[in-house]
Design a binder for this molecule. Sequence first.
Ligand code: GTP
Ligand code: SAM
Ligand code: SF4
Ligand code: SF4
Length: 360
Amino acid sequence: MLEDDFGREVSGVRVSLTDRCNFDCVYCHNEGLGDTRGPMEAQDDELTADTIVAFLEVAAEFGVDSVKFTGGEPMLREDLEEIVRRAPNEMEVSMTTNGTFLPGRAPDLVDAGLERVNVSQDALDSEAFAELTQSGAYDRVLEGVEAALDAGLKPVKLNMVVFEPTAGYVPKMVDHVAENPGLQLQLIEYMPELAGHPEWAIDIQRVHDWLEDRADTVEHREMHDRKRYWIHSSEETAESAGTTTSLAASDGGVRTEPVNNQNSGMVEIVDPVGNENFCANCHRVRLTHDGFLKGCLNRNDDLRDIGTTKESMRAAFRETVDTRVPYYGEYMVETEDGEWEINDDYIDTDGDRAPYEYSE
Ligand SMILES: Nc1nc2c(ncn2[C@@H]2O[C@H](COP(=O)(O)OP(=O)(O)OP(=O)(O)O)[C@@H](O)[C@H]2O)c(=O)[nH]1
Ligand SMILES: C[S@@+](CC[C@H](N)C(=O)[O-])C[C@H]1O[C@@H](n2cnc3c(N)ncnc32)[C@H](O)[C@@H]1O
Ligand code: SF4
Ligand code: SF4
């Protein structure tokens, strides 16, 4: 595996298949690709299936063992099944989706080799969901989760962005996964770096503390040093729930069995904002829908063109790893006042492409 100057091996790639989306979530960072708004039809700048597969083969040569397909909405790609089918066998293949296109397509994706899916669901309430996603597709998303479970993609991870408008739904979502063994929950701290609106953020430590009180077991995942809490349903008594223990989790795959009892659900917190430890344990690079590698989700100044040949892809991959740095703690440094500012060493970094743009 290739390793950067900060001792971080690159074990995973995240491939944005498109920057288009059928939702318009108020918080969307779109994996650093700018606005999702625009035409729904396939655009000329999107990488072809052949180029994506060639890139994955190059990544596999470098020992990368997992790929996550994302977007925009990756299921807007009609050739998704083909791309999944042609991904190198040695890679774990997963996807993050808004879930609306899973009904009808989940079985074919599993047949093609999809091993895991994360579905974004920020609330258990159709009105709140409509406000957050600017869509009326709540029921369709629930159907999508069911379709994924029926197709054998168990457990399905629900992604919930935690910020002012959703914080009140956290307890209900935690109970939801504790009561449904097929589900797990990922609470994602709202990231304002690209999406703006820092005033929407909440103190994620409060969520950690609350989960710690309720957890039977707490694990640390190697990736990003993320914490995972195994939670019993609030209907149960503390006695039947078991005692709290702390374990080191093996990374990569998602644990499928609860630790202490049958009604225990897994809740993982993704808390990158201002978190040097998170960035120090970051093992992923990203490929944009239009063919640029980036070493960090939050950066737009280091975009590197992969070109069209395996040789140019190898060179771009090596250079991306050689130059990637932890965002918090190296690219952004903390001032004495506790503010974050760009390290002077990186002020003049220039990518191969103009930065992607966001508007209000
Ligand atoms: N800043 C930052 N945010 C991340 C990173 N990885 C994930 N996230 C955030 O978490 C969101 C959801 O990530 P997913 O792609 O669904 O899954 P994941 O948790 O990274 O991966 P798995 O647990 O392996 O499925 C991303 O869109 C980001 O908002 C990262 O490396 N850096
Ligand atoms: C950009 S979406 C792409 C995949 C797909 N469209 C979806 O929504 O699942 C990937 C994930 O990023 C999360 N996300 C988007 N903007 C975010 C932000 N500003 N802060 C934290 N997470 C965010 C979404 O909730 C989603 O789970
Ligand atoms: S569904 Fe995903 S890509 Fe689309 S707007 Fe929402 S978070 Fe962004
Ligand atoms: S280095 Fe960038 S991509 Fe990696 S964890 Fe930090 S913010 Fe996320």
